[in-house]
Design a protein around this ligand. Sequence first.
Ligand SMILES: Nc1ncnc2c1ncn2[C@@H]1O[C@H](COP(=O)(O)OP(=O)(O)OP(=O)(O)O)[C@@H](O)[C@H]1O
Ligand SMILES: [Mg+2]
Length: 507
Amino acid sequence: MKEAWTSLASIMGVFAFFQSILRAVFAPELWFAAAKLFHRLFRCFSTYCYFDITEMDGVNTNELYHAVQLYLSRSASMAASRLSLSRGLNSSAFTFGLANNDRLVDSFRGASATWEHAVTQRQSQTISWRPLPEEKRSFTLRIKKKDKPLLLPAYLDHIMETATEIRRRNQDRLLYTNSRGGSIESRGFPWESVPFKHPSTFDTLAMDPARKELIMADLNDFAQGKAFYEKTGRAWKRGYLLYGPPGTGKSSMIAAMANYLGYDIYDLELTEVHTNSELRKLLMKTTSKSIIVIEDIDCSVNLTNRSSKKPAPPCEPPSDLRPAGGTEDGGAAARTITLSGLLNFTDGLWSCCGSERIFVFTTNHIEKLDPALVRSGRMDMHMFMSYCSFQALKILMKNYLGWEDDEQSDELMRELAEVVDEAEITPADVSEILIKNRRRERREAAAELLEALKARVERRKERKRSLSEQVVEEEEQEKRALESPKESTGQLMHSCNAKEDKGAEED
Ligand SMILES: Nc1ncnc2c1ncn2[C@@H]1O[C@H](COP(=O)(O)OP(=O)(O)OP(=O)(O)O)[C@@H](O)[C@H]1O
Ligand SMILES: [Mg+2]
């Protein structure tokens, strides 16, 4: 052992001796050049190649550096032990980052890529018109030389795309409106926006789970369908028509879709748009990954009232939505939206001036829509938002009361299941009842709901009974009138009026 230590000491002595001779013989510049050469030789024989991605590209910010930072933040949160945390402007999400000199291994198309984050102090402040950060930050990517054709540039493209998606997801959604009219170009932008914070999601939405799954699958297919749409030569857009009675969740469904996909919403107020060209301008100023909504499409436009600047009466049939050139007055047509203008908006060439956009129309009266709007192929999916089913009721009870099925509640649930369809109640009405009772004990609140549903069923039965009695009475009156026309003309008139009144009431 002693000998070993002695020989090691003598080797070290010899090494130090030669090193001092080398230092004495070679100038520091030569020493530096030799080190560089050695480094090059090492890289030449290494099976790896390296890429440095610095934060600053000269005096400009390097976009790729920030993209890599965001991209790695996904896997960094799981793999690394020390992380840097940040929160961007207009963002409500935190992002993780790789800490100084930390390493992470990623894989892409079966090849592995090692990332290292390096932070060093900037030596001297170069003269520039904008101050540079005191630290020099960069990522080094190490990949096998043989994987280079496989990874570059596809891997970098993938990183850029993923980073854009993460950035978008981290940012708050926006709700745009054209309430000031499409013609007012405030700073060149006809839309006004507010942060979109609607809490509706597919979890909170009360509808049959099977239908919900179907819609979510359709949305997923759409959002991931870039290659499909390109291959088939179709514009990357999709149209949904939501129809059903008021309070069945059409607007809630739109909010849930936006939250699910992370899209912005453009709420298009058609009554504020005066011409087809304004409509086109609005469309051109929408961004991709957005949902363009026209609510209550059957009440939105009324040519006669709009041209005379009077407010449109609520829920007028769309008599004005007619093909362009269908008006006798060509000038007036140029100043209004026509059906063809609207269809061009969703279907025409201009509708493709962006990509990944969803159009949603809602209506309470599908039967009032122009057949051209509802014909097959126009809107890709027609969704009927129905009265509350038992499945939907259970979701609302879970949302509002924290209701979980258990054996003790079997009887109550069975009774609820029996009456809910007959009650023809909207989810909005059920929500109201549950909100009123949410402070009570769960079973009491549910029993209250059951009572409300039963009462509703009774009221509906009563109404039906009185209606059928009235019909029988009217038939008898008509019969009497036919038997003795002169006597009962007055009565018949009265009965007709009553019938009309009843019809109006029903409406
Ligand atoms: N399917 C549903 N799931 C959960 N909540 C619902 C549902 N339908 C209605 N609601 C509740 O009722 C309220 C009104 O619903 P919403 O505005 O979505 O209805 P709508 O169908 O758009 O009505 P309208 O035809 O009058 O515009 C919502 O804020 C929500 O609380
Ligand atoms: Mg609505």
